[in-house]
Structures are given as C-alpha cells and as structure tokens.
Design a protein around this ligand. Structure first.
Ligand code: ADP
Length: 396
C-alpha cells in the first residue's frame, strides 16, 4: 500500500511516500519557508535530491506542490494521485483523548483542536496539514499518529505531578511524554533482536537526538518516560534545559530582569548542550571540542551522559529489572562516545560494552559483550515507517 506520511510544522512540511508492504521509501522531501517565500527539496527513490525555490503562500500550496512532485513524469513516484491510498499525519499532542492512532474525521479534528493548548506551537500546524490534505485529496483516508499516544499506558504514579490535583483535573497538567512513535517502534525492534515475545521484555529506550527522551517499556508498554507535559522535561538536550529546580525560574527572572516568556526562551533555546558548552548544540561539535581539550564541551558531554545513565538506572528500578537498552536517534545511533560514557556509568547492572562493535553506527547491532548481563543495542528509529504501518493497519 502506498502511503504518504506528512509531518507538518508551522512553516515547514516533511513528507515521505512509503510502500508499507515493502517498507521502501518511494520519494521524500521537505517544503520550507511556507508563508514566507518557499523552497522544496525533493528526491524520488535513490534519485537525485534537488532543491528549488517555489512560492508557497500557505500549506495548501505546499501540499499541492508535493502532489505535483510525486506525480511528475520525471521526478515523481506514482503515475497519478489515485495510487496514494492513505495519508498518515504525525500529530504531536493527543492529550488523554488518544491512546492510539485514529482515522481522521470531523470529531477527531475537533478533539485535536481541544488539546491544542497543550502543544500550542505544534498541534495547530499539524491540523493545517491535515486540512490541506483533506482539501486536495478528499477521497483519500487520513490517519493521525500521536507522539504522546504510546505513553498513555503509564500508571498514575508515573504521570501525576506533585501539584494540586485540581490542575490535573481542570487543565490536564500531567506527564504525557513524547517521541512515542519512536519508543514504540524501537522497543518492538529490540524485542525482535532479543528474540523474545515483547510481553516478556523490560527495555529502556534512549532516544537521543537534538531533543532526547528515555522510556521504560515493560511488556511492550510505556510505563515511564522523561518528557512531561511538554518536551522541555527530562535530560538536558541540544538547547533545552531538561529537568531543573523549578525555583530557578523566579530566581533568573529577577536576576536577568526577564518575564515568563523570557525565562522560557532561555530554557528552550539557550540551555542544554548549547548553554553549557557555549559553543554548539550539536553533539558532533561537542565530541570534537572534548577531544581537543575544550573543558566546557567535556562538561556538557559528561552532564548529558550522566543524566541519561541516571534515568536508565531509575527505569531499571521502575521495571524491577532490565533486559536491554536501545540507543536510537541522531546521537544514540551515531555517537559511540556518548554510548560508551552512558554504559560506563551502568557497569553495576552488569553491562559491558563491546568497544569494537560500539565503533559502528546507524545500523541495528548488538554492542554489548556476550557476557553482558543487560544487552545493549543500536536500533535506528524510523518514525515515518511506523506512521505508515499504523496508517495501513487502520485503513485496511
Ligand atoms: P531531532 O531531535 O532534531 O530529530 P536528531 O535525532 O536528528 O535530532 O539528532 C540530531 C543530533 O544527532 C545532533 O546533535 C547531531 O550532532 C547528532 N548526529 C547526527 N549524525 C551524527 C553523526 N554521524 N555522528 C555524531 N552525531 C551525529
């Protein structure tokens, strides 16, 4: 089944046309600067990747251009639009309304709107993409796949904050967690690599990218995760602070003469690896800096690895055991240094890393030694494929 996967942001739209039966990516691309001027980068199969300027005053224009590209006789991937059997949309926040992916209808659109106050930057953009596709492909079924849905299995004790309970009841203030599509996909792959039914596994997935979250997956279900009401919580990230003493907000506001928005801007955009190193949010730069003796890069890397390891330890406790740790996403898949630093901190769990295997990157691989009590894997994530698979299951 040919499925178009859409990840729509406020001024960008990423797309992949996936054959969900063969798992092949037939075409992919990115529309940028929508509503500003517009550019589209498109690639069909293993063909050439080309970027062109193209005026896109709104998301309708972007979706229209994507369809033109996908059906183009030279750079396209299908003869005509009727070959695309479904569209799968990434939606950031499903609140408590969505514990799994759903076929989109008017009620679903209203429900996504209702939880938009929980993700004011993302959900409205996701809805714009859904509406544009509905308008231009009215007969094609559309599916919403939520970043939060996988974590809806968390028990109360993991999602209730130590705040007045009315805030949960009245406003839905609780831990939701994100990267759910990735944690779900990677935990399934890890169970397959362990050669065990997922029901019998305890897995910690470390999704380490520009945004990072760790998830405890027991029996195939998320039982705890580091991100919270928003993706700001958990480990320190590329530019996000992760968990800090909440009283720091007031303290900084006074010292730096900032309002709430100003403090939030610091926590979201100027903190984490960028804030600590003063150099970059990119782990490649930090790794290089550390190797060259830059002390602030070393501190950033050590803080990150230490926080990740602390959560792995916490989640081993949360699940009363752990069979495997899976590293995924940009840093988890590619950065041997971080994987080694995390695993060194976890030797008490009986983890030993195979240093040679850990030099590899970007492919499914066991990187712990045969006698390691907990197995450690690299498992590349594939959120687009997971969205396509969910979409196929619902449309069929
Ligand atoms: P996002 O959260 O934006 O999806 P990614 O999962 O793409 O982020 O991860 C981006 C991070 O992955 C960057 O910090 C980058 O340094 C790191 N990364 C990507 N490729 C490599 C690589 N080949 N080697 C080391 N680090 C990498």
């Amino acid at each position: 089944m040919k499925i178009l996967v859409i990840n729509c942001g406020s001024s960008s739209l990423k797309y992949q046309l996936i054959d969900s039966d063969t798992e092949a990516v037939l075409a992919k691309g990115l529309c940028e600067r929508i509503g500003i001027d517009g550019a589209i980068t498109h690639q069909a199969g293993a063909g050439e990747k080309k970027t062109e300027q193209y005026a896109m005053p709104d998301h309708d224009a972007a979706v229209k251009r994507v369809i033109e590209k996908l059906t183009d006789s030279e750079v396209g991937a299908v003869k005509d639009l009727s070959e695309i059997e479904a569209v799968g949309h990434r939606v950031v926040h499903g609140g408590e309304k969505f514990a799994s992916s759903v076929l989109i209808d008017d009620q679903v659109i209203s429900a996504i709107e209702e939880v938009s106050d929980l993700a004011p930057l993302h959900n409205p953009a996701n809805l714009i993409g859904i509406r544009a596709c509905a308008k231009l492909m009215p007969s094609v079924p559309q599916v919403a796949v939520f970043d939060t849905a996988f974590h809806q299995t968390m028990p109360e004790r993991a999602y209730i904050y130590g705040l007045p309970y009315e805030y949960y009841e009245n406003y839905g203030v609780r831990r939701y967690g994100f990267h759910g599509t990735s944690h779900s996909y990677v935990s399934k792959r890890t169970a397959a690599l362990l050669n065990k039914p997922i029901e019998d596994t305890k897995i910690v997935v470390c999704h380490l990218g520009n945004g990072s979250s760790i998830c405890a997956v027991k029996g195939g279900k998320s039982v705890d995760t580091t991100m919270g009401l928003t993706p700001l919580a958990g480990v320190a990230m590329g530019t996000r602070s992760g968990d800090i003493d909440p009283a720091i907000c007031e303290f900084l506001a006074q010292k730096e003469n900032l309002d709430i928005a100003g403090v939030m801007n610091v926590l979201n955009k100027k903190s984490g690896m960028l804030g600590i190193s003063g150099i970059s949010s990119d782990f490649r730069d930090l790794d290089k800096g550390m190797a060259e003796g830059n002390d602030r890069c070393r501190i950033a890397m050590e803080v990150f690895a230490y926080q990740v390891a602390k959560y792995v330890g916490a989640y081993a406790a949360a699940m009363n055991g752990v069979d495997a740790i899976a590293f995924t996403a940009g840093v988890g898949e590619n950065q041997g240094t971080i994987r080694r630093m995390v695993c060194e901190q976890l030797s008490f769990l009986g983890i030993t890393l195979d240093e040679e295997a850990n030099k590899q990157r970007g492919e499914e691989l066991l990187i712990s030694t045969p006698d390691s009590k907990v197995k450690v894997f690299i498992v590349p994530t594939n959120e687009e494929l997971a969205i396509a698979q969910d979409t196929q299951a619902l449309v069929k």
